[in-house]
Write a protein that binds this ligand. Structure first.
Ligand code: KG4
Ligand code: ZN
Length: 339
């Protein structure tokens, strides 16, 4: 029997709607707000406005691609944070409105938790425990995932997230926002040993990250050596050298966490998990018996399929969802709806 989920993601600058049948993705439509490029970063008010104008169109497209109709949906889900509050509200209210008008339950999903599961989309069985590195534009968190309800945070960034460092350094290099994918591309033709950029370690906190120091060191390096701007091979080489330093910090701390906890399963997700050097570096550890799972690249950056998949995991385990009637009453009551 099918169990269809409509999932919405709108926490930042992607509007996305997905339809899943249990853990299987039937459609996943993503609209990225490229106009933020002009401003060198995300403008929250403009992001919210774009979600308002796009969400209905995107959802209709998701239904069309999935080949199912509105009355066949059993559960509505939306990203409930962390994220930009104005943006989140659009997706949350859209999904809640859908739930109310179709008399189906609604479940709010944690955006980070959904990234954590994105590398398992499509699979019915997830093997616990595993070490999970969630590395995106807003977060860099290392988890020990013990079960679907127990996550231990081993470490987190003390300043900038890794994706944020990619974006800020890209800006210094004269590249557009978001800079991560552009640095990744330029680095492919660069020498990663061209210059050694230092990455800070936090004394006494072996699993915590810090990326604000490397950002400053790139800034001073560029000021001193390329005051008129950087181009050509130098751009490739600096991109590769910066990327190598960030990747090495992410990989070494994750592997240390896996070794210290005697765990062989690792999941790496979030926007930066699309980075080719990061994937390559982690793959090297497969020779040592580690199993490293990455999301399909389309599920690395923000998407609604990961929201729907996490909603499915919650449903399957009889966790909380809000029934349509309670949504209408504005009640906060939550109960196990499939038990
Ligand atoms: O997960 P995500 O879409 O949004 C957040 O929840 O933050 O991640 C976006 C971040 C941006 O900082 C972007 O530059 C980075 O992911 N990113 C990459 C790559 N693709 C996206 N960073 C490095 N290499 C990539 N290929
Ligand atoms: Zn994200």
């Amino acid at each position: 029997m099918s169990f269809n989920i409509l999932a919405i993601e709108s926490s930042c600058d992607e509007t996305s709607a997905a339809i899943l049948d249990s853990g299987k993705v039937l459609s996943n439509v993503i609209s990225s707000q490229y106009f933020h490029k002009e401003y060198g970063g995300i403008v929250p008010e403009l992001a919210s406005r774009a979600h308002v104008t796009t969400i209905e169109k995107i959802t209709k497209e998701a239904f069309k691609l999935a080949g199912i109709s509105i009355n066949e949906i059993n559960l509505a889900a939306a990203s409930q944070g962390p994220g930009l509050i104005g943006s989140l509200l659009i997706g949350l209210n859209f999904a809640k409105g859908f739930a109310v008008s179709n008399n189906i339950p609604f479940v709010g999903i944690d955006h980070i938790e959904s990234h954590l599961y994105s590398s398992f989309i499509g699979s019915e069985d997830i093997e616990f425990p595993f070490i999970a590195l969630v590395v995106s534009g807003g977060h860099t968190i290392l988890f020990l995932a013990e079960s679907e309800t127990r996550y231990k945070v081993l470490g987190t960034t003390q300043d900038d997230a890794a994706g944020e460092a990619f974006d800020k350094v890209a800006k210094m290099l004269g590249l557009e926002y978001p800079g991560g994918p552009l640095i990744d591309k330029l680095a492919k033709d660069g020498d990663s040993n061209f210059h050694k950029f230092p990455v800070s370690n936090i004394k006494g906190s072996p699993y915590d990250f810090s990326f604000s120091g490397i950002k400053t060191s790139v800034l001073y390096y560029l000021k001193k050596n390329f005051p008129a701007g950087v181009s050509g091979n130098d751009l490739n080489n600096i991109s590769a050298s910066f990327q190598k330093a960030v990747v090495s910090s992410l990989v070494s701390k994750t592997i240390k966490a896996a070794k210290d906890n005697d765990i062989k399963n690792i999941s790496v997700s979030g926007g930066v998990s699309a980075n080719s050097a990061l994937r390559q570096e982690f793959r090297k550890y497969e020779n040592e018996g580690y199993r490293v799972s990455f999301p399909d690249k389309i599920y690395s950056t923000d998407n609604a399929a990961m929201i729907g998949y996490t909603a499915y995991l919650k449903y399957r385990n009889s966790y909380t969802a809000i029934p349509a009637a309670a949504l209408l009453e504005g009640a906060y009551a939550r109960f196990k709806y499939n038990s």
